[in-house]
Design a binder for this molecule. Structure first.
Ligand code: CAA
Length: 283
């Protein structure tokens, strides 16, 4: 199948990044969200990232203009009728994703692949709400999408081999390195990353060390680019909690219990960088 148009559903930090790398790879992109202000903000982020590339001499003004000209904005999922490939990147919530996949299944052409950027939810379950489970696949990008090389590709129970191949090829065209993973809670990335972040939160909860000290240990001691609590703020504490819940419920193992301090912060609305406060304060 020859993919020309990619629709990205969800214009937040992940969706806008996916739209950017898709447009940079030469695809026509429809960036969609429920409100105009959300798609405008997503486009604004892309604009800023591309401008930085121009300033750094990595891209010409003309290339930037060409990339932006390939992106159209939408607040109507019915625009999926123009898409060959869809990447859903909305909030980590099965009910919300199921609703979107049902709608996409109804409006997208029969040949269109429906991919989810879910970071932990079962692809097989998402696929089951559609009439095309063989064309549903997980395509999990890392944050910040324009910078991070990895795409975890997750086959659902019924995902067709040619759909896997197409998704792998697209990831490479976007300059990413695809890694194949099976459909288990948290896949590989979050099964390994989130318990580490959760354990770092326990260190603060139990008074082992301050957030600054925990982050310093992991940065200077393990050469991580950012400490786990800074990273948690960057990902979003609500997302971290949700993924821990998925692991806890999916494996039924107490080693995945979310730290009570994480729950408390999320209940307080301390969601990390996006809300201005998490383990650190942001202006
Ligand atoms: N969007 C686009 N580009 C960005 C960016 C963003 N949000 N943030 C940083 N960059 C770019 C910068 O422009 C810079 O590029 P140049 O040097 O070429 O201009 C480059 O990244 C490095 O940035 P900085 O020098 O400002 O800062 P840094 O060296 O600390 O790097 C970082 C920033 C790349 C984010 C680095 O801190 C890092 O790798 N952090 C860990 C990221 C990580 O673990 N991501 C995975 C999160 S988990 C996930 O996504 C999965 C999930 O399901 C939850």
């Amino acid at each position: 199948m020859n993919v020309q148009t990619i629709m990205v559903v969800g214009a937040g930090q992940m969706g806008s990044g996916i739209a950017q790398v898709s447009a940079q790879a030469g695809f026509q992109v429809i960036l969609s969200d429920v409100k105009q202000e959300f798609v405008d903000r997503g486009l604004g982020t892309i604009h800023k990232n591309l401008s930085r590339n121009v300033e750094k001499g990595r891209m010409s003004e003309q290339e930037k203009a060409d990339i932006l000209s390939r992106i159209t904005l939408s607040t109507d999922l019915a625009d999926g009728e123009k898409a060959d490939f869809v990447v859903e990147a909305v909030t980590e919530n099965m009910a919300v994703k199921a609703e979107i996949f049902k709608k996409l299944d109804a409006v997208c052409p029969a040949h269109a692949v429906l991919a989810s950027n879910t970071s932990s939810l079962p692809i097989t379950e998402i696929a089951a709400v559609t009439s095309r489970p063989e064309k549903v696949i997980g395509m999990h990008f890392m944050n910040p999408v324009p910078v991070m090389k990895l795409v975890e590709i997750i086959r659902g129970l019924q995902t067709a081999d040619e759909v896997y191949q197409l998704t792998e090829d697209l990831s490479k065209q976007m300059g990413k390195v695809p890694v194949s993973v099976n459909d288990f809670p948290g896949f590989v990335s979050n099964r390994v990353l989130m318990p580490m972040i959760n354990e770092a939160i326990y260190c603060v909860y139990e008074g082992v060390a301050t957030p600054e000290a925990v982050d310093e240990v992991m940065k200077l001691g393990m050469n991580h680019p950012m400490g786990p609590l800074t990273l948690a703020d960057f990902i979003g504490l609500d997302t971290c909690l949700y993924i821990m819940e998925v692991l806890y419920e999916g494996f039924g193992d107490s080693k995945y219990r979310p730290c009570p301090l994480l729950r408390k912060y999320v209940k307080a609305g301390w969601l990390g960088k996006k809300s201005g406060r998490g383990f650190y304060v942001y202006n």
